[in-house]
Design a protein around this ligand. Sequence first.
Ligand code: SAM
Ligand code: SF4
Length: 322
Amino acid sequence: MRSVDKLRVSVTDRCNLRCMYCMPETGIALKPKNEILSFREIERAVRITARRGVTKVRLTGGEPLVRKGIERLIEALSSIEEINDLALTTNGILLKETARPLKQAGLDRVTISMDTLDPEKYRFITKRPGLEKVLSGIEAARNAGLEPVKINVVALRGINDDEAVAFAAWAAENDLEARFIELMPISRQPAACREAPGSPVLSDELKQAIEEKMGKLDPLVTSKSSPARVYALPRGSGKIGFISPISKPFCAGCTRLRLTADGKLRPCLASPEEIDLKGPMRSGAGDRTLLEIVDRAIEAKSHISGAMHFDRGNRTMCEIGG
Ligand code: SAM
Ligand code: SF4
């Protein structure tokens, strides 16, 4: 059976942005609050998965920082003995105010999503203003010691695919790791990204553009289960990473489980298969039953390898937890 050491927890399906590839601007059917896992339920789920090998937890969403009292959850999770890495993925809009309390609560590090360095493009991609807030959030995260800070950039044809070199220069200057992600066709929308049609921007295109301007990128050693290929930049101490679910799928080495905001265990991001954990928890199941459910999810994962077969299904990335 595949071993699993990472759990991604979507703490909410709500978000304060509307990124064009992730969340439709209107017509989103948000789950009623009582269908979303409580902090106690999330903590129990993490404790159960920890007994099956999970040591690294990432909180995501939706936007995790719009969930009220998230520090309380972080405090509870950071006290679980087996968990040695507690991270959070955020759009960074609320990070300036929250970075310090998050660190104090026990958060280790953050990944911040920022798809462009241009304020107008930012508004176009996310349908909200806010690039300045994200940049302040990045600074606050570093000052608070939520390091290493990593930046996620989803590559969008005709929108930000001309910014590879600018991001590389910015990463070098600011001593950060920027990671380009190939756009995945996960969405209820008719096209994953209607405003950026055409083939997805592949990592090699971006890497080539950076190497042409800045010189050869030196590969760095990363853990076998990491989806990112990371390179040292020729100047400064910044890094550039590529997450390539389309051109270089990483399913065979994936050791990650997901817990959706409404309490389903999801063995694979690309597949619609989900195993309910919330129902049994709410109807009084004991730990042994919950462990059996986690085992079923891990077992389901063992059959996944090769290319990612995306099923657009009926879930957005916000619900699943990207
Ligand atoms: N709201 C937080 C944020 O934006 O960082 C956390 C949730 S978001 C779903 C997590 C990550 O998934 C972000 O870096 C986002 O850019 C990425 N993402 C969302 N939809 C995607 C897609 N269709 N393809 C590739 N990455 C995607
Ligand atoms: Fe919100 Fe993150 Fe999705 Fe953007 S990518 S809409 S910030 S959940």
